[in-house]
Design a protein around this ligand. Structure first.
Ligand SMILES: [Zn+2]
Length: 451
């Protein structure tokens, strides 16, 4: 039996594409959106990494506070760069997404004080209701609420930064144990996780310890929190707090990731990730912003996108923007869309309004002497030159390429030096837009990328 598994393992790794066992769960009823319920408050997403082998289930929640990027950049990476082979890791990377893009603790007040009572007319009402129902799902064995907190928690007062009232670099529990419940030995688990982390510190004073808020007897504030809601419903729960006083985002994110892994180790959940946990690698993974897909006509690479993009062809209303990074969001500002990854404002897109009634799906482009079929939104790598093969009835506009004598720019060889660099999509001036129109309708855009 053992031999079989060893023989099969490499084959399985090759045949299963990364993240196949991960499902993003549809949480929100489209009818709610049509009715405009809470439309000014962005919704969170929910990922399930379910292992082939059954086991315990850990629920990790990022972004309850919008100004704590270590929390949600880590949770975003848990959602997209991990694969679970035994047990389950469930992730909500962006619980309070509206506050994240505004980099505020809570745009509508402190969400972590709404778990005892939240008024039905509170903009956070639907979000709190939904996350409570996920916490209460019977499979969930343990809940993590991820934060970046003030200072460095110490049992004895040292100064304003290092003291018993600080939150940073601690695992917060509401009480020592939860009797008769699996993983109810919370104090002991917190200490074990601290030990695992304290072998992995960028600086000695970053060490972690357990902070017990003794919520039932001492802390009325914490009685309104997410973890207390979990504990009173017999779900062991921890706050993970890295320190806001650590400047490097990669270090906070790495501490969060290593902490969640230590919890998974204790819970016998088996996982893989597609990067190593050095601070440099974590920094690179944070910078994988991914793309935004606009109406299936346009796809923009968010890494190195220009800070401002003008004349982006879109519909007057009902534009859909899909991100492959779960921290991605677009916010309509009255005349433009602001594009965010977490609390980072990536770009501003100024739309130019078009009818989108065109069914062109792909075009032919000859690049460096080779013909390609390119779907709308795709990127074509070109070394020297390209030529768009004419499609009857379709007008081509290569942005930044000026030809006073033509209305359509198909059937003509275009070299990089023919295009004005300031019309590029990206700050490095490598990627250019080629747009397709059918009479007055916009059909889509192809990206031409030079070395
Ligand atoms: Zn917090």
């Amino acid at each position: 039996m053992v031999v079989w598994r060893l023989l099969l393992a490499p084959f399985l790794l090759l045949s299963i594409s990364w993240g196949q066992a991960t499902k993003q769960i549809e949480l929100w009823d489209p009818a709610d959106l049509e009715r405009g319920v809470g439309e000014d408050n962005l919704r969170f997403s929910f990922f399930k990494h379910n292992g082939d082998e059954s086991g315990n289930t850990l629920l990790a929640i990022g972004g309850v506070h919008g100004d704590e990027p270590g929390s949600y950049f880590a949770a975003g990476i848990l959602a997209t760069h991990y694969r679970v082979t035994r047990g389950n890791l469930w992730v909500v990377p962006n619980l309070n997404h509206e506050s994240m893009i505004r980099n505020q603790r809570g745009t509508y007040g402190d969400m972590n004080r709404k778990f005892d009572y939240v008024a039905p007319d509170d903009p956070d009402y639907e979000l709190v209701k939904k996350i409570k129902s996920i916490i209460l799902e019977p499979e969930v064995d343990l809940v993590l609420n991820m934060h970046d907190g003030h200072g460095f928690y110490r049992e004895r007062w040292e100064n304003y930064i290092f003291n018993p009232r600080a939150w940073g670099q601690s695992y917060v529990i509401d009480q020592k144990t939860l009797d008769g419940v699996k993983f109810g030995n919370m104090d002991e688990i917190g200490r074990k996780v601290s030990e695992a982390l304290n072998d992995y510190l960028a600086e000695d004073h970053h060490y972690f310890s357990v902070k017990n808020t003794h919520t039932r007897d001492l802390d009325e504030q914490m009685q309104q929190s997410l973890t207390w809601f979990a504990v009173t419903n017999l779900k062991p729960a921890f706050g993970i707090e890295t320190s806001k006083n650590i400047d490097a985002l990669a270090i906070k994110v790495a501490y969060h990731l290593r902490s969640v892994e230590a919890f998974m180790d204790i819970m016998d959940i088996e996982y893989e990730r597609d990067f190593d946990l050095s601070f440099d690698s974590v920094q690179k993974v944070i910078e994988e912003y991914g793309t935004v897909n606009i109406n299936d006509h346009i796809k923009l690479d968010l890494v190195d996108l220009r800070r401002v993009l003008r004349f982006v062809p879109m519909a007057r209303s009902g534009n859909t923007m899909t991100f492959d990074n779960p921290l991605g969001a677009a916010k309509w500002m009255g005349d433009r869309y602001n594009i965010y990854i977490g609390n980072k404002h990536i770009s501003t897109l100024y739309p130019q309004i078009f009818d989108l009634d065109c069914d062109l799906k792909a075009v032919r482009i000859v690049a460096d002497g080779r013909a390609h079929t390119v779907q709308m939104g795709e990127t074509l790598d070109v070394k020297e030159e390209f030529l768009v093969v004419p499609t009857p009835g379709i007008r081509v506009n290569s942005i930044g390429f000026v030809t006073p004598d033509r209305t359509s720019q198909d059937g003509v060889v275009i070299r990089r030096s023919d295009i004005m660099p300031r019309f590029s999509q990206d700050a490095r001036e490598r990627t250019f837009r080629v747009e397709f129109y059918q009479q007055e309708a916009f059909c889509g855009m192809v990206n031409i990328r030079f070395p």
